[in-house]
Design a protein around this ligand. Structure first.
Ligand SMILES: NC(=O)c1ccc[n+]([C@@H]2O[C@H](COP(=O)([O-])OP(=O)(O)OC[C@H]3O[C@@H](n4cnc5c(N)ncnc54)[C@H](OP(=O)(O)O)[C@@H]3O)[C@@H](O)[C@H]2O)c1
Length: 258
C-alpha cells in the first residue's frame, strides 16, 4: 500500500490498556479507531473514534480492515477474551497488516502464596472439593459463575460488577456488587469478616484487583487461579510505551515498503 493518507490504527479495546493507548496516541496525526465489544450499555468513550459491536467473525473483520483502510491493529482485549485475538491474527495475516498484542503481565506467585493453577472452572470446582473449602470468595465476572452452582455445601461470597442475569440457583450464596480497584484494608476486612477459606479468581494481572492476593498470602488462604487462555503467536508488549514504539516502527515499515 503506497501511503498518501494518515495511517489508521484500530485498537481492539475496552480494557484499561486500550484506553491508555488511545489517550497516548491522541496527539498524533494518525487516525485512531477504538473498537468495543458492546457488552457495557454506556461505556466510557476512549480518545479518537469509537465503533461498537462485533465485526461478524474473521470475514467481517477482514471487510472492516479493508473498508477503513486500517494500517495496523492493536489487540488490547482482556487477557480472558479468548476469541477476538485469534480473529485479529487471522484477518491481519490474510491482509498482511501488522498486529500487536498489548497485554498486562500475568500475576506471578510469591513466597507464602498458596495458589492452585487451573485451566478451567471444572478443575476449579474439583480443587475446591479437594481443599475442603467451606466459605469461598468468587471474585469473577457474572458469566463465570454458573459452574459453581453445583457445589451445594459451600457458602459463596460472590463479588462481581453486575448481577447474574438470569439469577443463578446457588444453594448458599451472598452477592456483593462492586467494581475494582479494591484496597488492601478492605480486602483484609472482607476475608476476615466473611471468614473466607478459599478464593477463586482469574489471572487477570494488573494492580486494581491484586490486593485480595496479598491479603490471602498474609492469611495463608488458598487461591484457585484460572490460567489465561492460549493466544496466537504475534508480537506483544506489556505497556503503552512499548506499543507506541512498535507502532512507530511498524508504520514506518508499511509506508516505506508500500
Ligand atoms: N472475558 C473477560 O474476562 C473480560 C473481562 C473484561 C473485559 N472483557 C472485554 O469484553 C469484550 C468481550 O469479551 P469476550 O470474553 O466475549 O471476548 P472474546 O471471546 O474474545 O470475543 C467474543 C466476540 O465478541 C466480539 N468482540 C470481542 N472483543 C471485541 C472488540 N474489542 N471489538 C469488537 N468486537 C469484539 C467478537 O465478535 P465478532 O466475532 O462478531 O467480531 C468476538 O468474536 C472484550 O473486548 C474484552 O476485552 C472481557
Amino acid at each position: 500500500m503506497r501511503m498518501t493518507e494518515s495511517p489508521s490504527i484500530l485498537i481492539l479495546g475496552g480494557t484499561s490498556e486500550g484506553y491508555a493507548l488511545a489517550e497516548a496516541l491522541s496527539g498524533s496525526d494518525w487516525r485512531l479507531i477504538n473498537s468495543l465489544a458492546g457488552r457495557t450499555s454506556s461505556p466510557r468513550l476512549p480518545a479518537g473514534e469509537t465503533r461498537i459491536g462485533g465485526f461478524g467473525g474473521v470475514a467481517g473483520l477482514i471487510d472492516y480492515l479493508r473498508a477503513q483502510r486500517i494500517t495496523a491493529v492493536i489487540d488490547a482485549t482482556h487477557p480472558f477474551a479468548a476469541t477476538m485475538g485469534w480473529h485479529a491474527a487471522e484477518a491481519c495475516q490474510a491482509l498482511a497488516r501488522p498486529l500487536l498484542r498489548l497485554e498486562r503481565p500475568a500475576w506471578q506467585p510469591e513466597s507464602g502464596d498458596r495458589w492452585h493453577s487451573v485451566p478451567d472452572w471444572d478443575a476449579a470446582c474439583a480443587t475446591l472439593r479437594a481443599l475442603g473449602a467451606r466459605r469461598v470468595l468468587l471474585a469473577l465476572g457474572r458469566q463465570d459463575l454458573e459452574p459453581f452452582v453445583k457445589l451445594t455445601t459451600v457458602h459463596f461470597m460472590i463479588r462481581c460488577v453486575s448481577p447474574p442475569d438470569p439469577p443463578l440457583a446457588f444453594a448458599d450464596a451472598e452477592l456483593r456488587l462492586a467494581r475494582g480497584p479494591f484496597d488492601l484494608d478492605s480486602e483484609r476486612a472482607l476475608l476476615d469478616t466473611r471468614r473466607i477459606d478459599a478464593i477463586v479468581c482469574k489471572n487477570s494481572g494488573g494492580e486494581a484487583t491484586i490486593a485480595k492476593l496479598i491479603a490471602a498470602r498474609e492469611r495463608a488462604i488458598p487461591v484457585v487461579m484460572r490460567q489465561r487462555p492460549r493466544r496466537p503467536a504475534v508480537p506483544s508488549r506489556t505497556d503503552v510505551g512499548g506499543a507506541q514504539d512498535w507502532l512507530a516502527a511498524a508504520i514506518k515499515v508499511t509506508t516505506t515498503t508500500g
